[in-house]
Design a protein around this ligand. Structure first.
Ligand code: SF4
Length: 411
C-alpha cells in the first residue's frame, strides 16, 4: 500500500482531525484538577527535594507527563466537549496510565475491546468518533475507520509520526527498516505498518545476531526461526539485509538505540567499505527528546546515595520499564508501581519486579533514615506521584525510627 498517499488523502478528509478543536481553555480547568499537583510543584521549586521526618525524597529533574502525552490527553478532553452526544471510542488506552484511562471512562469514552492482541472494531459504527492514541495506530486500522465513515481524532505524537516518515523513506529507497522496539507494542506495530520490508530487534543482543548474519556468521534456518513474527511477510535475510535503515520505538532506552545504530553502521562498513556505505546504511535521528530527558535525569538521580527507588507508571509502559532498568543496573533496591494504592495495607507494597508478575513485599520500608528516589514514566500525571509520596510519608511516619544501640542503652 502507498501509505504516504493514504495519509495525504486522510489528512484532507473532513472527518479527520489531528490538531484539536480550539477548546484548550475550556478543558484546562478539568485537566488541572485531574492531573496537576501543588505538592509536586513545591518540590520542584525546592530543588526537587522534600525532607519530612526520617525521609528525604529526591525527585528526578525530568519525569512524568511528556508534552506528547499532555497534548494527547488534552485533545481527548476537547473531543468530548466538541462531540457531547456522539459515541466516542479510543482504539486502545490513550496512554499507558490507569488513572488517565479511568478518567476517560468516567467521561463516557469507550475502549475498543482487545482479544488476544487483536482489536475488535465490530461495534464501531458510521458517525462514531474514534480517538487514536499518542503512540499511534496502524495504517490498516486508520483505513478501516475511514472506510466505516467514522470521525477520526488522531492524537499520535509528532515524534512518532517522525519515525513513520523515516520508515517510509526507507521503503521509498528500497532499504529494510530495522526497528529497535518491542514487537507487540502498539507503537512498533503502527510503525511497522508504515514500513515496507522490516525487522524488529528487541535489544543489542538481537541486533548483534543480525549483524553476525550480515557478516556471514549465521545459520539461515536459525535466523528465520528466531525472528519469526518480527519481520515483514516474506522476509529473506539473504536478500533483505543488504540495505538497512534504523528506526526506533520512541520510548526505548536511548543509549541502546544509539548503540544499535552504531553497530549496524560499523557492520555495513566492514561488509561494503566506506565508498559504498551510503548505499547500504541510512543514519537516523528519531529519539524523542522527552524520553532522552527522562532517562538522563534518571542517570543523574541514581548517582545520588539512595536507599530505595520508586518508579511510577503503567505496567505496560515501555519508557517506565526502562527507567526501572536504570535503577537495577546501579544495584539500587527499586519498586515499580502504577498507583498509590499499591502501597499498603500496613508496611507492604504490591509491585512488579522487572520481567516478573506482580508480587507483594513486606516489610516494604526499612527502619531508620531513608533516602528515596522517585521518578515516573511519560504517561504518569503529577497527581499520581503526589499520591505515592503521601503514602510513603504516612507509612514512614507510622514505622518506628531505628534507635542506635548507644541511645538504647543510654551510653
Ligand atoms: S514519550 Fe516522546 S514520542 Fe512518546 S508521546 Fe511523549 S513526546 Fe511523544
Amino acid at each position: 500500500m502507498d501509505t504516504r498517499a493514504f495519509k495525504r488523502s486522510l489528512h484532507h478528509s473532513e472527518r479527520y482531525n489531528r490538531r484539536g478543536f480550539g477548546r484548550a481553555e475550556e478543558v484546562a480547568g478539568s485537566l488541572e484538577e485531574a492531573y496537576k499537583s501543588d505538592l509536586i510543584q513545591s518540590i520542584r521549586d525546592n530543588g526537587y527535594v522534600l525532607e519530612e521526618g526520617r525521609v528525604t525524597i529526591r525527585l528526578a529533574e525530568a519525569f512524568g507527563f511528556c508534552w506528547g502525552v499532555e497534548r494527547a490527553v488534552a485533545i481527548a478532553y476537547e473531543t468530548r466537549r466538541h462531540y457531547p452526544t456522539e459515541r466516542i471510542w479510543i482504539t486502545n488506552e490513550i496512554i499507558h496510565n490507569p488513572s488517565v484511562n479511568a478518567h476517560l471512562r468516567e467521561m463516557d469514552v469507550l475502549f475498543i475491546a482487545v482479544d488476544e492482541g487483536v482489536k475488535d472494531f465490530s461495534e464501531v459504527e458510521r458517525g462514531d468518533v474514534v480517538i487514536l492514541p499518542a503512540f499511534g495506530a496502524t495504517v490498516q486500522e486508520m483505513q478501516l475507520l475511514n472506510e466505516r465513515g467514522c470521525h477520526i481524532v488522531d492524537t499520535t505524537c509528532p515524534w512518532v509520526s517522525k519515525v513513520w516518515n523515516s520508515v517510509e523513506r526507507h521503503k521509498k529507497q528500497s532499504f529494510t527498516s530495522v526497528i529497535h522496539g518491542k514487537v507487540k507494542h502498539e507503537e512498533t506495530l503502527a510503525t511497522s505498518s508504515f514500513a515496507g520490508t522490516y525487522l524488529v530487534v528487541l535489544d543489542l543482543e538481537e541486533a548483534q545476531l543480525v549483524c553476525d548474519y550480515i557478516l556471514g556468521n549465521g545459520d539461515r534456518d536459525t535466523f528465520v526461526r528466531r525472528f519469526a513474527g518480527a519481520t515483514s511477510p516474506g522476509f529473506d535475510p539473504d536478500r533483505d539485509l543488504v540495505r538497512i535503515g534504523v528506526a526506533n520505538q520512541t520510548t526505548m532506552l536511548k543509549s541502546e538505540t544509539e548503540e544499535i545504530g552504531r553497530l549496524f553502521e560499523r557492520t555495513l562498513l566492514r561488509r561494503y567499505g566506506p565508498d559504498e556505505i551510503n548505499d547500504h546504511f541510512l543514519a537516523f535521528n528519531t529519539i524523542c527528546d522527552a524520553t532522552q530527558e527522562r532517562q538522563d535525569a534518571m542517570f543523574s538521580l541514581v548517582d545520588e546515595p539512595l536507599d530505595l527507588m520508586v518508579v511510577i507508571g503503567g505496567y505496560n509502559s515501555s519508557n517506565t520499564t526502562h527507567l526501572q532498568e536504570i535503577a537495577i543496573s546501579r544495584g539500587i533496591a527499586s519498586v515499580h508501581i502504577d498507583a498509590p494504592e499499591r502501597i499498603g495495607p500496613g508496611n507492604s507494597v504490591e509491585h512488579k519486579p522487572l520481567g516478573q508478575d506482580l508480587t507483594r513485599m513486606e516489610p516494604f520500608l526499612p527502619q531508620g533514615q531513608l533516602r528515596i528516589g522517585i521518578t515516573s514514566g511519560a504517561s504518569t500525571p503529577d497527581r499520581v506521584v503526589e499520591g505515592v509520596i503521601d503514602r510513603l510519608l504516612f507509612l514512614a511516619a507510622e514505622q518506628p525510627v531505628e534507635v542506635s544501640a548507644e541511645a538504647q542503652t543510654g551510653a
